[in-house]
Design a protein around this ligand. Structure first.
Ligand SMILES: [Zn+2]
Length: 168
C-alpha cells in the first residue's frame, strides 16, 4: 500500500480530483502502460469525514483500489493505493511497483491537477464538465463531461442513481 497526502482541497475538489486519476496515470505510466478505467466509486460521510472507495481496472490483468478520507475541518485528504493482479499475471512485485508509480504520479501532478479542477469550477474549462445538482438526492458537486453520456445522463456519486445531468 502507498499513501498520498493531499492538502488544501475541499470535498468537491477532491471528488473532481479523483475523476482525473486515470488521466494522471496515463500521463505518467510509461512502460507500465496498461490503461486505468474506473469500475466503481462510492462515497460515504460521517461527521466531518468523507470516505471514498474507488476501484479501477489496470488493463485486463489488475485492479487498483484507492481508499480516500477527507477531513472537512482541515481540508486534507489521504489516498491509500492498493494494486493487485486479477488473474495471476504479473508477479506481486509488479503491482507493488505499480502502487509506487501511481503514488509518484499523483504526487507529481497534484498541484497541476488541482489547478485544472479549480479552473473547471471557475468556468475557464467549462467544456470539461459542469456544476451538477442531483435531481434525486440534491447533492451538489462537479461532474466531468467524460462521465455524462450523449443523452445527458450520469450516475450520481452520492446516491448512485442514473439521473439527467442538470447544471446548477
Ligand atoms: Zn444523487
Amino acid at each position: 500500500m502507498e499513501i498520498v497526502e493531499l492538502a488544501g482541497m475541499n470535498r468537491q475538489e477532491l471528488r473532481a480530483f479523483i475523476d482525473e486519476v486515470p488521466s494522471i496515470w496515463e500521463k505518467k505510466s510509461g512502460v507500465f502502460d496498461r490503461g486505468m478505467n474506473p469500475l466503481l466509486r462510492n462515497f460515504g460521510e460521517k461527521g466531518n469525514l468523507l470516505f471514498g472507495v474507488h476501484v479501477y481496472s489496470i488493463g485486463s490483468q489488475g485492479v487498483a483500489v484507492i481508499l480516500t478520507e477527507h477531513d472537512n475541518d482541515t481540508n486534507r485528504a489521504t489516498m491509500r493505493i492498493h494494486m493487485t493482479a486479477l488473474v495471476g499475471l504479473g508477479g506481486p512485485s509488479e503491482w507493488v511497483h505499480g502502487e509506487k508509480k501511481l503514488r509518484d504520479a499523483i504526487d507529481e501532478c497534484k498541484e497541476e491537477t488541482l489547478a485544472v479542477v479549480r479552473a473547471q469550477y471557475s468556468g475557464d474549462l467549462g467544456w470539461r464538465g459542469l456544476s451538477f445538482k442531483c435531481p434525486s438526492c440534491g447533492a451538489s458537486y462537479f461532474v466531468s463531461r467524460r462521465l455524462v453520456d450523449s443523452e445527458g445522463k450520469t450516475r450520481c456519486q452520492n446516491c448512485n442513481r442514473i439521473v439527467s445531468a442538470v447544471a446548477e
